[in-house]
Design a protein around this ligand. Structure first.
Ligand SMILES: [Zn+2]
Length: 398
């Protein structure tokens, strides 16, 4: 992993790379930022740079033996620490070493992985994950050894907010690390990290990724232009989310969502139950992506209604939906539907009962649309005429 392989975040890259160029290597660095901002890949790019045999232009070369080992996460001087589920008893099982194969697999599959990906790779279900005291002792003993390749020893401590009080065991080594030792802490919630640790590290806050950088990165991955633009727009600077969108069939989302809204609009409850039964088997990630899609398309409807913004990044069938559905998406109905979708996404993320969540969503959408229709009917006469024309449009198109 090189800096050049990571989309955007030029400011953060410059900060790290200029530190390296000037020889001022922070012995403990904290990279923190929201989901999908690239913090873990940036940590790995920095580790690659420190361990590379022939860095070029303040970036790792990507092809020397050290880079190849870092790329597979098997470099003997690169250590990973991350939260693992506590399996009780045997403390060896509660360390990153025990889970390292799974971690490598998960990371190589998705370098922008986040906690939820990792929890599902561990089949964590409802079990807590943390970074234990046993883990901290493990780090201390590893860092007591000299570097295998005689260069740096690098520890990437991913999701350092999971350290809890065990982190106190690391205070001394963070304060006075052995020579050529670099800690790279990565965190999504830096405020949860012990203040005693935070005060000992150099902190770099990373913002969401630039949407243009995401669009270009997706296109480099051979994603079709329109789809890349749509995902870059919808992912809100979250590259992890943009990548997730690439794994699902976007067309499926639009077909599913259109179907669901049509049922909520017409109040066909028995058909809605069928839809819910079919789609409750989709899996939580797919459902979250469907809800995200729904939210995005509703916003497009509202913008089209208010400022006639034509949704250029949408496919033709989606545009048609936006054109036809936009009369029903006022600021009021948008707000109700948006809360309903956010509530559903929140419950799905927290393992709520999927069918129940979708039933509630159906009723909430139905109510929001019915209220909007009532408001439209009450509106003044000329408007009412316009509205009655609108409501006789065949909606939605399929
Ligand atoms: Zn190299």
């Amino acid at each position: 992993m090189r800096f050049v392989d990571i989309p955007g975040q030029q400011g953060v890259k410059n900060l790290i790379q200029s530190g390296f160029a000037s020889g001022k290597i922070a012995h403990a660095l904290l990279l923190s930022g929201p989901e999908g901002c690239g913090k873990l890949p940036l940590a790995l790019a920095y580790a690659s740079l420190l361990l590379c045999h022939q860095p070029f232009d303040n970036d790792a070369c990507g092809s020397c033996p050290a880079c190849l080992k870092v790329g597979k996460l098997v470099h003997p001087d690169l250590h990973f620490v991350f939260p693992v589920i506590n399996q009780g008893g045997d403390s060896d099982k509660n360390t990153s070493d025990h889970w390292i194969q799974d971690f490598r697999r998960a990371f190589l599959e998705q370098p922008h992985m986040e906690l939820e990906d990792w929890r599902s790779a561990m089949n964590a279900d409802h079990r807590q994950a943390n970074i234990s005291r046993a883990e901290c002792y493990n780090i201390l003993s590893k860092l007591g050894l000299s570097a295998f390749e005689g260069r740096y020893k690098v520890v990437i401590l991913w999701l350092a907010e999971f350290l809890g009080d065990a982190g106190n065991l690391l205070l001394k080594i963070l304060e006075e690390p052995p020579d050529q030792t670099v800690f790279i802490l990565v965190s999504a919630e830096p405020e949860q990290i012990l203040t005693t640790i935070r005060s000992r590290v150099r902190s770099i806050r990373i913002g969401p990724m630039d949407s243009e950088a995401i669009r270009l990165a997706l296109m480099e991955m051979d994603v079709q232009e329109q789809r890349a633009a749509m995902a870059a727009l919808a992912c809100e600077g979250n590259f992890h989310k943009a990548m997730g969108m690439m794994n699902e069939e976007p067309f499926e989302n639009s077909v599913r969502w259109t179907g669901f809204v049509r049922l909520a609009y017409s109040g066909q409850q028995s058909e809605a139950i069928k839809w819910i039964n079919q789609n409750s088997e989709l899996g939580r990630e797919a459902l979250k992506s469907l809800l995200d899609y729904g939210l995005q398309i509703l916003r497009e409807c509202y913008l089209y209604r208010e400022i006639q913004r034509d949704p250029r990044s949408l496919r033709e069938d989606e545009k048609e939906f936006v054109h036809k559905f936009s009369p029903f998406v006022s600021a009021i109905s948008l707000s109700s539907m948006q809360s309903a979708l956010e509530k559903a996404a929140y419950r799905i993320e927290r393992n709520g009962h999927v069918r129940l969540v979708l039933h509630n969503l159906y009723f909430d959408l139905q109510e929001a649309l019915a209220s909007e229709k009532r408001r439209m009917a009450k509106a003044s006469a000329p408007v009412a005429q316009r509205v009655s024309k609108v409501t006789t449009l065949q909606f939605p198109m399929r």
